[in-house]
Write a protein of this length. Structure first.
Length: 229
């Protein structure tokens, strides 16, 4: 993988008992401890599969054994490869859907959401959107508001994940251009120039919204379904 490429993997989490031992085997001690605290059987198996899949994918890229990868977290909780800091990755999951992006030498974040109806959209918009975004969203016809909300939301989440600061950075401080959803109008000053940040709209079809954000453009974008590998 060269520095101008991003690989985006996506698919369903099967949480099948037959595959569980193989995914469990490659997890490290911290991941197993975390998994052990998830008492809901389905959520437990999903966690094990997601993080097992992540390790297998990264190991294939690096030609390493998945159980040997040294995955650490920054002070704000963003995972990274301690022995291969040039290879960056980020994952997001919602219900039984997961997306993982892998690239090199950049800040990278992803988010995936199922566009399920919410009763409190107006409150979330008021809290998490900028004035420009809220004004754009408010004037939309009611049937369009739900999906439009998630288009904003996934881009904002992917951005704050890319920075490594999470939602504490302030979702209302990263402002999407309502006339071009691939651009930011503003980002927090500590995140550098707004023109450095780029948004990839990942079309997975159906009622799913997803986005990848990085602090550089990509010349090659590879979108791959886990079901095909």
């Amino acid at each position: 993988m060269n520095t101008g490429t991003v690989e985006i993997w996506h698919g369903k989490v099967n949480a099948e008992d037959a595959h569980y031992p193989a995914y469990w085997r490659v997890l490290d001690a911290d991941e197993k401890i975390h998994a052990g605290k998830i008492h809901n059987p389905l959520l437990h198996k999903r966690y094990v599969e997601i993080h097992g899949r992540l390790r297998v994918l990264l190991a294939q890229t690096l030609n390493e054994l998945p159980e040997n990868l040294n995955i650490k977290k920054t002070g704000h909780g963003k995972p990274y490869l301690a022995d291969y800091p040039e290879l960056v990755f980020n994952l997001s999951h919602t219900a039984d859907r997961v997306m993982i992006a892998v690239a090199r030498l950049c800040q990278l974040g992803v988010d995936i959401e199922i566009c399920k109806p919410r009763h409190n959209l107006s409150g979330l918009v008021e809290k998490c959107f900028s004035e420009e975004e809220a004004a754009y969203w408010s004037q939309l016809p009611e049937p369009q508001k739900n999906q439009a909300f998630y288009r904003f939301w996934t881009r904002k989440e992917a951005f704050v994940k890319a920075t490594g600061r999470g939602i504490a950075l302030g979702l209302n401080r990263c402002v999407i251009n309502s006339e071009n959803f691939a651009e930011f109008l503003r980002v927090p000053e500590l995140c550098g120039q707004v023109t450095a940040w780029h948004i990839l709209d990942v079309d997975l079809g159906g009622e799913i919204c997803s986005a990848v954000v990085a602090d550089k453009p990509f010349s090659v974008i590879r979108l791959m379904d886990f079901a095909e590998c």
